[in-house]
Write a protein that binds this ligand. Structure first.
Ligand SMILES: [Zn+2]
Ligand SMILES: [Zn+2]
Length: 346
């Protein structure tokens, strides 16, 4: 195996990622060394670059939608770990050398706190996140805790599987928060929404896609993926919605989404960061409307979504970039220059 590898590292807020040559990391107890085949770019990466979500100890390799093969395994973890309960949460046998795996945003949780012990490891106060607290996948190799890796369904090529790991998975968690809602509004038709639109259609739900005014390309894309209506975020949909998910990081969308949902409707904020929400009259929330956020993911979400994705079947649309072009991919995401998802292919 190679001694050195190429990686794109974050060094500080407001600075572009820098291409470096690094030693290939070695896996510790319970960890896997992964050869990265693809790594999805996520809006969270922009929040990290901009300092809206903090990276506490740079330099850091970003990227938390990794598809890779297991190259080597570290020593087995100590006898006490993983516990039986933890193995069940992990939901699958430990990956072996040669297996194809996915690594999501949740890279580690303590397994002992009241959140971890009640199926809410997404809220673990000690949780560590891939490409933020742990080096991620914008590199030729990465190391990950075996318990937090998922098997990748076989029908998905590497690049098309990568967006499932966050855009798909956290989008799916947000959709679950919408319960049985039939008419779903998606605000911001990017990587997550283009996957969720397919899931919603397969479940007999109606998708209403909201984009920036005049973004014909995104609206056309939404209709191609089964949306029954697509328009500008400021528009009133033809029917009151049962639920809405706000993916775009614009707080001004929240009162618009509340106004678009019927009584008892839910508005879910799907991102990790959003600009301030403007004040709105209580009448916008009255009649049992619900406003909530969705944070991170649990491994149970991952197993559920990765079982569902091939049944839909979800087809992701990806724009691929070489590792050295990671900054271009991030710029293009910021400027909305592609539809679907961007993926780095080292
Ligand atoms: Zn993400
Ligand atoms: Zn915990």
């Amino acid at each position: 195996m190679a001694e050195g590898m190429r990686a794109m590292i974050f060094e500080g807020v407001g600075r572009p990622l820098r291409a470096v040559q690094r030693k290939v990391p070695s896996p510790g107890p319970g960890e896997l060394l992964l050869r990265v085949h693809a790594c999805g770019v996520c809006r969270t990466d922009l929040h990290l670059l901009d300092g809206e979500v903090e990276i506490s100890s740079p330099p850091r390799v970003l990227g938390h939608q990794i598809v890779a093969t297991v190259e080597a395994a570290g020593e087995p973890a100590q006898a006490s770990e993983p516990s039986e309960a933890d193995r069940q949460r992990a939901g699958a046998a430990s990956p072996r050398v040669g297996d194809r795996v996915g690594v999501p945003w949740l890279g580690w949780s303590c397994g002992e706190c009241r959140w971890c012990l009640s199926g809410r490891e997404n809220l673990c106060p000690q949780a560590r996140f891939t490409g933020c607290d742990i080096d991620g996948g914008m590199a030729e190799y990465a190391v990950a805790d075996a318990r937090f890796c998922f098997p990748i369904p076989s029908g998905f090529p590497d690049d098309q599987a990568a967006p499932l790991m966050c855009a798909g998975l956290i989008g799916y968690r947000a959709l679950r928060m919408c319960g049985e809602a039939k008419r779903i509004g998606l605000y911001g038709f990017g990587a997550s929404a283009h996957i969720l639109a397919q899931v919603c259609s397969s479940q007999g739900r109606e998708v209403y896609a909201f984009t920036r005014a005049g973004d014909e390309a995104a609206q056309r894309f939404a209709r191609e993926l089964g949306a029954v209506w697509a328009g500008a975020s400021e528009q009133t949909p033809p029917q009151p919605l049962d639920a809405a998910i706000v993916f775009a990081p614009d707080g001004a969308l929240v009162p618009l989404a509340l106004a678009a949902v019927a009584p008892a409707g839910t508005v879910v904020c799907g991102g990790i960061h959003m600009s301030d929400i403007p004040s709105f009259p209580y009448s916008a929330l009255w009649r049992e409307r619900v406003l909530r956020s969705v944070a991170n993911l649990t491994r149970a979400d991952g197993h559920e979504f990765l079982t569902l994705a091939p049944q839909v079947p979800v087809k992701t649309r990806v724009s691929s970039y070489a590792l050295a072009d990671a900054n271009q991919a991030l710029d293009d995401l910021r400027a909305g220059r592609f539809t679907g998802a961007a993926v780095i292919v080292p």
